[in-house]
Design a protein around this ligand. Structure first.
Ligand code: MD3
Ligand code: FE
Length: 205
């Protein structure tokens, strides 16, 4: 583990190849029940580049009319999200440093040309809990700034199996994904990148 800044712990190659394959299998089981959907931005209805799904008691969704929010059901099927796979609950216990378990696991799927603009994660009530991110598949160029829009940013390449924990004063930093490096990994047969983010949404205390 290396500390990249206050509240940012980086675990390069935390999951070995067999563990990555097991995670992909678990996520494939999730998306069979809770299919990937194309999220659209509030008001404009502009589609995002990634496709998304969730597992856990709550999932992050967005649409034109109702905006960003967490809800217990899939926006298209109306079904409850599948449970978070045990290996990811174990990861949270191992690295989050937060007592209460995660309630949501957001699944982002990036195709070769997908990216995600700089944004803050602030749809949760509980900012004391970190966000735990797992990268699977192709490498990406991840960018992180400060807590104000327009400040300086730093970039780093995230690789399959990497885990990064964003907490403390870094919890509200701007961040995004500038690009994917197509075919940089052989993990996903059809290419692309999966990012999993484990989140505590509600305030237990
Ligand atoms: C820094 N996902 O789902 S994960 C997101 O790779 C999101 O799909 C990106 O941003 C992805 O919201 C980045 C790393 C990450 C996640 C949450 C953060 C970095 C963060 C919260 C605060 C600061
Ligand atoms: Fe984010």
């Amino acid at each position: 583990m290396s500390t990249l800044a206050e509240g940012i712990s980086y675990y390069p190659d935390h999951f070995d190849r067999p563990a990555q394959e097991a995670l992909v299998d678990a996520i494939r089981d999730v998306v069979r029940v809770a299919p990937l959907f194309v999220p659209v931005m509030p008001r404009t209805g502009k589609p995002m580049h990634v496709r998304m799904s969730n597992c856990g008691q709550l999932g992050w969704v967005t649409d034109k009319d109702n905006g960003y929010r967490y809800q217990p059901t899939h926006p298209q099927t109306g079904r409850a999200w599948p449970p978070i796979p045990p290996a990811l609950l174990q990861l949270w216990d191992d690295v989050a440093g937060f007592d209460a378990p995660p309630e949501a696991c957001l699944i982002n799927f990036y195709g070769d040309s997908a990216k995600m603009g700089l944004h803050q994660d602030r749809d949760e009530q509980e900012f004391a809990a970190p966000v735990v991110s797992v990268s699977l598949g192709d490498d990406c160029l991840f960018r992180i700034g400060g807590t104000e829009r327009g400040g300086p940013t730093q970039s780093m390449r995230l690789r399959s199996g990497d885990v990064i924990v964003l907490g403390g004063p870094s919890r509200l930093r701007y961040h995004g994904v500038d690009r994917i490096y197509p075919a940089s990994s052989t993990l996903l047969k059809d290419g692309g990148r999966i990012n999993l983010t484990l989140r505590r949404v509600s305030n237990a205390s």
